[in-house]
Design a protein around this ligand. Structure first.
Ligand SMILES: [Fe+2]
Ligand SMILES: [Fe+2]
Length: 184
């Protein structure tokens, strides 16, 4: 059932905008990482970009198809810097979602009885915590002049749960089966 309350709808549109930008930003930064020879960092950016696409799609689906004007204010990095700086910017963006944005959006959606909005915001919140940690780990490696070491990065297609080195049997956030995870 589509969202009924104006404030939850506003937050869904805002989150859709923010996730859409993060999706695109990480794809551009993946290219930069490739040019710097950090191929695993590039894979990480592509995997997380996919998770943000999953979040954007989830938020979009909960909106009921209303036509609305929406200016998205994004306190985020615009443009290219070095991969170490891009990773720092990425971690800061994820922290903002984890500390500020999603807890507030979830609280409002809960107060307004918007169960589907609570679900899609909660899926994103869980994944963004992982993203912040993964970007910090990658940044530490790049600052030491290394690429990150990883076998594969796995992204849940329903909630964007993002893990290194093998998907869990069941997604701990949404229950999706292991074979559905996308590998990067
Ligand atoms: Fe994220
Ligand atoms: Fe999941």
């Amino acid at each position: 059932m589509p969202v009924k309350n104006a404030m939850t709808a506003e937050f869904l549109r805002s989150a859709f905008g923010g996730e859409s930008m993060a999706h695109m930003r990480y794809l551009v930064w993946a290219e930069t990482a490739e040019k710097e020879g950090k191929l695993n960092v590039a894979r990480l950016f592509r995997a997380v970009s996919q998770a943000e696409w999953v979040h954007a799609k989830g938020h979009f689906r909960v909106l009921g198809g209303d036509i609305a004007d929406m200016a998205v204010t994004a306190g985020a990095v615009f443009g290219l810097r070095s991969t170490a700086e891009n990773l720092e910017g990425a971690a800061m963006g994820e922290d903002h979602e984890v500390d500020q944005m999603y807890p507030a959006y979830i609280a409002v959606a809960e107060a307004q009885g918007e169960k589907e909005a609570v679900r899609t915001f909660s899926f994103a919140l869980a994944a963004e915590k992982q993203h912040a940690e993964l970007f910090r780990k990658a940044r530490a490696a790049v600052l030491e002049g290394r690429d990150i070491e990883l076998e594969g990065i796995y992204v849940c297609p329903l909630c964007g749960h993002t893990v290194l080195d093998g998907a869990p049997d069941k997604c701990p956030v949404c229950g999706m089966g292991k074979d559905r995870y996308e590998r990067f």
